[in-house]
Design a protein around this ligand. Sequence first.
Ligand SMILES: *[C@@H]1O[C@H](CO)[C@@H](O)[C@H](O)[C@H]1NC(C)=O
Ligand SMILES: *[C@@H]1O[C@H](CO)[C@@H](O)[C@H](O)[C@H]1NC(C)=O
Ligand SMILES: *[C@@H]1O[C@H](CO)[C@@H](O)[C@H](O)[C@H]1NC(C)=O
Ligand SMILES: *[C@@H]1O[C@H](CO)[C@@H](O)[C@H](O)[C@H]1NC(C)=O
Length: 281
Amino acid sequence: MNKNLFLIIITITTLLPLNTNGAKCHPDDESGLLTLKSSIKFDPSSMLKTWITGTDCCTWSGVSCGDNKRVTTLSLTGDLENPKSYLSGTVPKSFANLTKIFNLDLSDNFLVDPFPSLNVKGIESLDLSRNMFHLNEIPKWVTSSPIIYSLKLAKCGIKMKLDDWKPSETYFYDFIDLSGNEISGSAVGLLNETEYLVGFWSSENVLKFDLGSLRFGDRLKYLDLSHNMVFGKVTTSVVGIEKLNVSYNHLCGEIPKNNLSASVFVGNDCLCGSPLKPCKA
Ligand SMILES: *[C@@H]1O[C@H](CO)[C@@H](O)[C@H](O)[C@H]1NC(C)=O
Ligand SMILES: *[C@@H]1O[C@H](CO)[C@@H](O)[C@H](O)[C@H]1NC(C)=O
Ligand SMILES: *[C@@H]1O[C@H](CO)[C@@H](O)[C@H](O)[C@H]1NC(C)=O
Ligand SMILES: *[C@@H]1O[C@H](CO)[C@@H](O)[C@H](O)[C@H]1NC(C)=O
């Protein structure tokens, strides 16, 4: 009896490590994440404390896996409310080993250049906003993604002409945030092509186009073009956008009937009419 119990315990304890081994994440994903961890110089809030070699990386904080134990999502965002919650360091080349990652959010950290080119078949959502990156352009592996719906690259040091950006897919795009870069040219072509776009944020750039020629889909609910060089008139379709901001541009003329606040329109050359001052007769 005692001997049997002993044998059972031996069997269980020797089998246990095998079982946990069987449930581990893919080795490429584990090594990709561990090299990321070793490239992080400061992690004052210990965001990565659960990232321990030999444990299933699918259980690590910020990581999610698909059915086949491949990492599909990584979300490690700094918290602007908590000054100690950020990561600083670099994203190593071997991070490209995470070839099944679809959703990546590294926003609001202090990560520095260079950001590696990822070997993903298609990214669905990407947020690298507000780090210390100088990407210069929207990365090619992003532009070529056939399934991307959310692209957020605010304050990523992008210096390009928006007209030169030709994403291979525009159908799935819901959200595009390119605020706080040095993006010039026109948003007319892009908004005309992204038929199902819900939000376009591009404040604090140097976009220069006639707002009157902007065409966009019915679903557009957020449009922020504040602090650019947009000219022309505000049309009825533009004031119909639920969350609009065209402040600090070079717009002129009478604002169509609306119930928006003055901060949506202030700082333009010669806009007039409610909620700003009445136009001169
Ligand atoms: C990817 O992971 C393998 C180990 O699985 C490693 O040998 C290789 O250097 C890694 N780096 C890249 C860029 O793929
Ligand atoms: C807008 O899209 C339509 C149809 O896709 C195209 O024919 C037209 O030339 C586009 N206009 C602009 C200004 O890009
Ligand atoms: C403002 O406009 C929206 C959309 O047209 C409408 O739903 C809402 O009732 C209006 N609010 C006021 C206070 O007029
Ligand atoms: C519009 O943008 C300006 C400048 O960024 C900002 O001060 C203002 O609060 C914004 N207004 C709304 C309604 O979002």
